[in-house]
Design a protein around this ligand. Structure first.
Ligand SMILES: COc1cc(COC(=O)c2cn[nH]c2)cc(-c2cccnc2)c1
Length: 239
């Protein structure tokens, strides 16, 4: 997968050299390039922002540098992803969909945002996804891109050692994950549930399923209500 990130703070992406994302880059699974938006400015001060038409606080990112930056990095099969407070809520399903694409270009907004014409003009030549990580406002899109890049990269083939962990994990199956335990057997007076030491894999699977359903119903009624009813019954019957 090819990924281009455009930002006025390219150094923000040093964490993407680390750990499994760094490994995905080394092995070639992920071809990631970070660009400084100021590359595409032409004035001596390398200006990327200006005051908002209509007044109001703060500054707005100018369209010209963004237009030239996207001209330079976008390919035919590219999708533009713009983290933004006005975006569609980003979900695991979005991560899975984006992980299947050939080329992603991330635009990191700063200040009060990017001149709307940049987004509108981009929509004329590529798919554009404005995505929100949550109902709050950040200084810029950079940290959101790091989060999105983690969510996507771990889904790429060969990145996670144990592919099985992708099937059981939270949100992938539309439910929250069951609690996990490891050694020691007893810790500060708390023991690991006996079922997990029974060696009875059917019983363990049923217990985990029940824990997932209980947790989801308790903490995420929205997710529980959206869970396909036939999957609830079918699984229990099968089990
Ligand atoms: C593209 O335009 C943007 C992008 C961002 C960075 O993303 C987030 O904050 C975010 C992403 N998921 N949830 C929040 C922030 C602003 C912004 C800042 C201040 C006032 N108003 C708007 C604008």
């Amino acid at each position: 997968m090819k990924v281009d990130i455009v930002s006025i703070f390219p150094d923000y992406f040093a964490p993407l050299d680390l750990s499994l994302i760094g490994k995905a880059r080394t092995t070639g699974t992920l071809d990631l390039t970070v660009h400084d938006l100021r590359t595409w400015t032409s004035d001596v001060h390398r200006t990327v922002d200006d005051s908002p038409y209509g007044g109001g606080p703060g500054m707005v990112m100018r369209p010209e540098p963004w237009g030239q930056a996207l001209d330079a990095v976008v390919s035919d099969g590219a999708t533009l992803v713009v983290p933004s407070p006005v975006g569609k809520p980003f979900t695991q399903a979005d991560a899975q969909q984006l992980a299947g694409l050939d080329h992603l270009v991330f635009a990191c907004g700063r200040y009060e945002g990017i001149d709307q014409r940049v987004i509108d003009e981009a929509r004329d030549r590529m798919p554009v996804r404005e995505v929100s990580l949550g109902d709050y406002v950040l200084f810029g899109g950079e940290v959101a891109v790091i989060v999105i890049m983690e969510a996507i990269t771990r889904l790429l083939p060969g990145v996670l050692g144990n592919a099985d962990s992708l099937t059981e994990e939270s949100h992938a199956a539309g439910l929250l994950e069951a609690p996990v335990y490891t050694k020691p057997l007893a810790w500060r007076g708390r023991e690991v549930p006996d079922v997990l030491r029974s060696g009875d894999h059917g019983r363990i699977a049923r217990w985990r399923r029940e824990q997932s359903l209980l947790r989801t119903a308790d903490r995420r009624p929205d997710m529980y209500d959206a869970y396909p009813p036939d999957l609830l019954d079918k699984w229990d019957r099968k089990a």
